[in-house]
Ligand binder design. Structure first.
Ligand code: HEC
Ligand code: HEC
Ligand code: HEC
Ligand code: HEC
Length: 178
């Protein structure tokens, strides 16, 4: 086939036109309606995000029903720590001011695992000035106790230094020569 130069040019131009027109149409169809209202994103996304139910409370949300734990927690070195970090989510526990579910309460070795998530010397990302860390099992051997001891046998979970003098006396006196 031997098309003239003008005809080939025409075919190319028409193709470009069809492609560009099709592209613009496609963009129109595929762009969500609220795109670009505030910026290069979907404005409706904000309203949708606001509708997601809130799952977490804050410590204040636990205070009114747990006055004993609150008192201990507020006076101890863990006062800045979120109750929910150790116990789980408010929404699994309370709805309309009523208890609807049980929150996990760690026991025994699970408590040690929980404590070491923040206090393990192996975590290099935080400096000692921000959070004091211990190396295991050295921390236990330094206290002259068996390696089977869990953190809460010496540290109150809600105020870790609350009974520490007593713990020191007991471990120092009773188990020093184990
Ligand atoms: C560092 C982790 C940690 C934080 C923070 C924490 N708790 Fe606890 N909490 C525990 C552990 C572990 C136990 C179980 C203690 C035990 O068995 O010796 C417990 C026990 C409890 C219990 C008793 C559960 C039972 O056995 O019936 C309540 C209630 C409670 N915590 C509420 C709170 C509230 C409220 C806050 C915040 C003011 C809070 N806790 C903060 C770790 C934590
Ligand atoms: C509307 C009151 C109310 C609020 C708010 C509340 N709790 Fe409770 N919680 C209870 C009751 C009632 C129990 C069962 C009796 C008890 O152990 O004191 C309970 C029990 C618990 C227990 C023991 C395990 C269980 O579920 O039975 C933990 C741990 C606990 N709550 C933690 C929390 C934390 C953390 C918060 C805040 C995020 C919180 N609670 C907020 C009423 C409340
Ligand atoms: C969410 C992180 C977190 C968890 C989990 C946690 N702690 Fe802490 N702990 C802290 C922070 C933050 C402080 C206050 C800064 C500091 O003193 O290192 C603290 C303070 C302490 C202190 C006082 C250190 C000092 O001499 O000032 C001890 C002891 C301690 N925690 C023991 C424990 C034990 C035992 C557990 C487990 C029941 C535990 N922590 C769980 C974050 C945590
Ligand atoms: C046998 C008792 C005992 C046990 C069990 C124990 N500790 Fe301690 N811990 C102590 C004593 C006592 C101190 C205070 C040491 C001091 O003041 O010289 C201490 C201090 C700390 C400190 C502060 C360290 C610092 O640099 O000031 C942290 C953090 C800590 N313990 C975390 C833990 C964790 C986490 C566990 C569990 C893995 C644990 N402890 C188990 C007795 C114990």
């Amino acid at each position: 086939m031997n098309l003239s130069y003008q005809l080939r040019l025409l075919i190319v131009l028409i193709s470009i036109g069809v492609l560009a027109g099709g592209g613009l149409l496609l963009k129109r169809v595929l762009t969500p309606e609220s795109f670009g209202v505030y910026g290069p994103y979907r404005a409706d996304a904000i309203a949708e995000a606001a509708l997601v139910p809130i799952r977490h409370g804050n410590n204040t949300s636990c205070f009114k029903c747990h006055s004993y734990e609150t008192k201990v927690h507020k006076n101890g070195r863990h006062q800045t720590i979120s109750c929910e970090f150790c116990h789980g989510t408010y929404a699994d526990h309370i709805a309309n001011e009523k208890k609807i579910g049980t929150l996990p309460v760690k026991k025994g070795k699970e408590i040690t695992t929980l404590c070491l998530r923040c206090h393990n010397t192996e975590i290099k990302a935080r400096s000692e000035e921000v959070i004091k860390t211990v190396a295991m099992p050295n921390h236990l051997t330094d206290q002259n106790v068996k390696l089977t001891h869990d953190c809460n046998q010496c540290h109150h979970v809600h105020a870790p230094l609350k009974y520490i003098i007593r713990a020191k006396q007991i471990t120092g006196l009773m188990e020093a020569r184990l």
